[in-house]
Each structure stands twice: as structure tokens, then as C-alpha cells.
Design a binder for this molecule. Structure first.
Ligand code: PLP
Length: 473
């Protein structure tokens, strides 16, 4: 491809991109294809000769788009969002064009220094005290792995890095029964073994019970185990419950345990003064992760990891082969030592573009709008005699179910609600996912997509009502 042709194609792509976002709600939100359909439609052999961009793009529209679930649709109410935004996309265009590999400072000083600056912006915005440093990771799963490995190495004076486990350490890691599955995955990868992960029961608001946490630690100490780390969650994936850091923090301090906070989704809310209560107890936090790629309008991937003792992180991951030695070492941040991968994308650029273009107040307004829509809808669902809210709504995810009076059988509501969201999702007009709350099948209505307005929420709610009525008629 020549630069002339690139110029022509890129301009027409940008037109397509703007049209796509303007009309994203016209697509079926959840892709309606059957398993294997897309795979079948693509030739088994790679082309011998280069094909024209026009042909390739036609196939993108014809074969790929039908198999896309439209996360940028305002009718996306599933999971947590994976929001993009215009400034973020513009930055990604530049990032892809520069194609830099930002493993160390020298491989692009601007990337390293912008990352450090933007992390400091976020730390201040989110109300963290002095002493923390930040680094961008790909995902929260990887950031939590970094936290567990750092906790492990710090506690053993870097002995496991040196000699391996040898099956000697009986570490214990604590989280709540509502904690995200990535913690268990990370515990396995870090070599602790799944049985080292102790899931503490939750209270009636689905928050970790601090009293039971302390009791578990004491019992483990008596039995000769070695408590290592607590993983607290701000905004659990099922219901966005918020573990009480104020009570958990002092326990981590008393027993000298690493305190990692997983705020993958809810972390964004910390830029709102009215949500600062979530990090009361911040002084006890050792590490913290949140995903701007969920609810801060920065397209996937961009996960932010804050750590109090950055030196222990670097000591855990540092490698120094001859070909990566530089004279600037020690004066600058070489982020390859701050996590698992060596190679790194220039992710700070999009975050910088987003924060500057929205402005702090712009971001705050957007979050408050989502939060208000969710609170308003919660009031409406609460008042409806045939629906019940199944969990508190501290943020913008509502867990509820359809439970009309005439349904008496205990397992019937589960089946009914499953059918309800399947039917709704098959219309392509809205997309919801589910969870279980106290063993009840619950519909999750997450209001956090960047383009969602009150009208979309109202339409989606009406769709649920109409579908529900038809199911029991
Ligand atoms: C989404 C989520 C994760 C996983 O995030 P990734 O960035 O995809 O690894 C972890 N914890 C919580 C609470 C989440 O909501």
C-alpha cells in the first residue's frame, strides 16, 4: 500500500467510524450469529496475492460485523462496560502509527514520562495520599498477579524467586466469597495453589465480614499457616458491593499482611468526592488496581496499578540481560520491571487524551449521569409489584428479578428470568447478563455505557416489562 492509498482509505475509514458510533444503536447489541458461522465464512487458505483494501473492507462489513457484539451501543447493559470515546480512538490511531514498543525509558522516553505523569494525575484525582506510584498494565488480572507475586517475594525476602517454592510455604490469601475469579486464577499462577485462597463470607450487603476475616487469620496462625495477603474488592463483579476497607485495613496492619484492592470497575468513581468514603483506610493499602478501560472512556486495554512500595515490585520482576542495559538506569522508570510482559504498548497517550479532552469535570458529569440513571431506575423497579431488587445498588448496576405473585414454585423464578433475558437479548434491542445473588438468578442492569441516555434506559426497561408480561400471560 502506498501512502497515497493509505491516506484515501484512512479518511474513508474515519467517516465509517463516525457513522458507526452515530448509529451504533441500530445494530443488534448482542451478536446473533451461531457458533462456527464466522469461521466457516472465512477461506481456509491465506491469500497468495495481496488483496485490495476495498475487498478486505467489504468482507469486514459483510462477514465480521454480524459477529460483533456492540459494546459501544447505548443499549449495552451487560457485564461491565468496555467504553471507548473519540479522544481515545484518536490517540490509538497515533499509537498504532508510531508503533513504539515502550519496554524501557530509552525505547521512548515520552511514553515512560507521560505514563508517570498521568499516573500521578490519577493518584491525586482519586484521593490517594503521597507515596504511591502507578503503572499501566494490560488488565486487572495481570495487575493482581503482580500484587500477589510482590507480596510473596517481599515476605520471603525474595527467596521463592531464587529457589522456588519447594512445597514449603503454607501461605494464606484472603478474599470474600464475592471476589472476582481472576484472584483464584492468579493464586494458581503464582504457585500458591487454589487451597491457599480462603473465601471469607459476606454480610447482608454482600461485603466481606471483617470479623470473620480476623477469625480466619487467627485460626490459620494457630494451625501453622502463613497469612500473606488480603484482597479486598471495591465494586464486586456480581453486584458492585464494596468491602469495608476501614475495617479490613487495620487487620492487614495488625497481622502485617499485604492489602491489595481490586477496584477494576468501581475505581473510576473515586474521582467523585462523594465516593471518597470507599477508600477510607487508604493508608493501609499496599496495592490497588482499576480499569480505565471499563468506566473511564479509554478503550481496551488500559488497567492502572498503584503501589506503595514500588521498589519491592521492581525487585520482584527485575531482569537485566546485557542487551537491555542502559546508562539511564536508576534515573528513569523502566516499566518492563513493573509487571509481567517485557514489551509494552504506549497506553498512556490515550488516557492523557481522554482526561484532557473530557476534563475532570467532564468525566465527573458523565459518571454522575450514569449513577443517577441507575438510582432513578432502582426506585422504579422497587415500586413495581412484580419485580424485586436483589442487592443494594451502591453504584450503577442493578440486580433484580421478575417475580410475579402467581409464581409459587421455588425454582420457577430462575427459569422465568433466564427466559426473560434470553428473549430480550434475542430482540437485539438491548443486552443484559445475569448473576446469582444469594442463590437467586438475577438480571444485571448495568448503566455505564458512554452513549446511554435516559431514553435508552426507559426503552430497555419497557422492553423488559413487555417481555415479562408476555411470558406469564
Ligand atoms: C472486570 C473485573 C476484573 C477483571 O478485569 P480484567 O482487566 O479483564 O482482568 C477483576 N476484578 C473485578 C472486580 C472486575 O470487575
Amino acid at each position: 500500500m502506498t501512502s497515497e492509498e493509505f491516506r484515501k482509505q484512512a479518511h474513508s475509514f474515519v467517516d465509517w467510524m463516525a457513522d458507526y458510533i452515530d448509529s451504533a444503536e441500530k445494530y443488534p447489541v448482542k451478536s446473533q450469529v451461531k457458533p462456527g458461522e464466522i469461521f466457516q465464512s472465512i477461506p481456509d487458505q491465506a491469500p497468495e496475492k495481496g488483496e485490495s483494501m476495498d475487498e478486505i473492507f467489504q468482507d469486514f462489513q459483510k462477514k465480521i460485523l454480524p459477529g460483533i457484539t456492540h459494546w459501544q451501543s447505548p443499549n449495552f447493559f451487560a457485564y461491565f462496560p468496555a467504553n471507548s470515546s473519540y479522544p481515545s480512538v484518536l490517540a490509538e490511531m497515533l499509537t498504532a502509527t508510531l508503533g513504539t514498543q515502550c519496554m524501557i525509558w530509552e525505547t521512548s522516553p515520552a511514553a515512560a514520562e507521560l505514563e508517570e505523569k498521568v499516573m500521578n494525575w490519577l493518584l491525586r484525582l482519586m484521593g490517594f495520599p503521597e507515596g504511591f506510584e502507578g503503572v499501566i498494565q494490560d488488565t486487572a488480572s495481570t495487575a493482581t498477579l503482580a500484587a500477589l507475586l510482590t507480596a510473596r517475594e517481599k515476605a520471603t525476602k525474595f527467596r521463592i524467586n531464587e529457589k522456588g517454592f519447594n512445597g514449603h510455604e503454607d501461605f494464606r490469601i484472603y478474599c470474600s466469597s464475592e471476589t472476582h475469579s481472576s484472584i483464584e486464577k492468579d493464586v494458581k499462577i503464582a504457585g500458591f495453589g487454589r487451597r491457599s485462597l480462603i473465601k471469607i463470607p459476606v454480610d447482608d450487603q454482600l461485603r466481606m465480614r471483617a470479623d470473620l476475616l480476623e477469625k480466619a487469620i487467627q485460626d490459620d496462625l494457630k494451625e501453622g499457616y502463613r497469612p500473606l495477603c488480603i484482597v479486598a474488592t471495591l465494586g464486586t463483579t456480581s453486584t458492585t458491593s464494596i468491602d469495608p476497607l476501614k475495617e479490613i485495613g487495620p487487620i492487614s496492619e495488625k497481622y502485617e499482611l499485604w492489602l491489595h484492592v481490586d477496584a477494576a470497575f468501581a475505581g473510576s468513581a473515586l474521582i467523585l468526592p462523594e465516593f471518597q468514603w470507599m477508600i477510607k483506610g487508604v493508608e493501609n493499602i499496599d496495592s490497588f488496581v482499576f480499569n480505565p478501560h471499563k468506566w473511564l472512556f479509554t478503550n481496551f486495554d488500559c488497567s492502572v496499578y498503584f503501589i506503595k512500595d514500588a521498589k519491592s515490585l521492581i525487585d520482584t520482576f527485575e531482569i537485566l540481560p546485557e542487551y537491555l542495559k542502559t546508562k539511564t538506569r536508576g534515573q528513569v522508570n523502566d516499566y518492563r520491571d513493573w509487571g509481567v510482559p517485557l514489551g509494552r504498548r504506549f497506553r498512556a497517550l490515550k488516557l492523557w487524551f481522554v482526561i484532557r479532552n473530557f476534563g475532570v469535570t467532564g468525566l465527573q458529569e458523565k459518571l454522575r449521569y450514569h449513577l443517577k440513571m441507575a438510582q432513578d431506575l432502582t426506585r422504579i423497579i422497587e415500586k413495581h409489584p412484580d419485580f424485586e431488587i436483589l442487592a443494594p445498588v451502591p453504584l450503577n448496576t442493578i440486580c433484580f428479578r421478575f417475580h410475579p405473585g402467581k409464581v409459587k414454585n421455588k425454582s420457577e423464578p430462575d427459569r422465568l428470568n433466564q427466559l426473560l433475558i434470553e428473549t430480550v437479548n434475542n430482540t437485539g434491542k438491548a443486552y443484559f447478563t445475569h448473576t446469582r445473588v444469594n442463590d437467586k438468578y438475577a438480571i444485571r442492569f448495568m448503566i455505564g455505557q458512554a452513549h446511554t441516555t435516559e431514553e435508552h434506559v426507559q426503552q430497555a426497561w419497557r422492553l423488559i416489562l413487555e417481555t415479562a408480561e408476555k411470558l406469564v400471560r
